[in-house]
Design a protein around this ligand. Sequence first.
Ligand SMILES: [Mg+2]
Length: 126
Amino acid sequence: MKEYKRTVLYVEDNELNMALMHHIFKKNLPSLLLLKAETAEIGLDIAVRRLPDLIILDIGLPGLNGYEALEWLKAREDTRHIPVVAISAFALRSDIERARETGFAAYITKPFQVSAFTDTVKTLLA
Ligand SMILES: [Mg+2]
């Protein structure tokens, strides 16, 4: 029997950040399946096909940015319930407020503390 794994989609254009996240999930969140996309367009396609339990979205992306991708997800019946975490180096108070208003479930600024990050993921999946 195949074990059901909860899935998390990470949309990130920076290879190093993607590698770091891969490592964090392997080490700290091994029961979760991490799906990866390097653009919002690819990520949205995966989101619709796989309906992940959580999406982590980089804000600064080529093409559609994180805010636009979130709006797209929230406009669809089948994806609007998925919690989306913003992850970004833009850490101004106005950025965090904008992220909340747009409907992100949480906003994480880079560089982040691994334990705080994994706590956020676990809380949103609980
Ligand atoms: Mg980026």
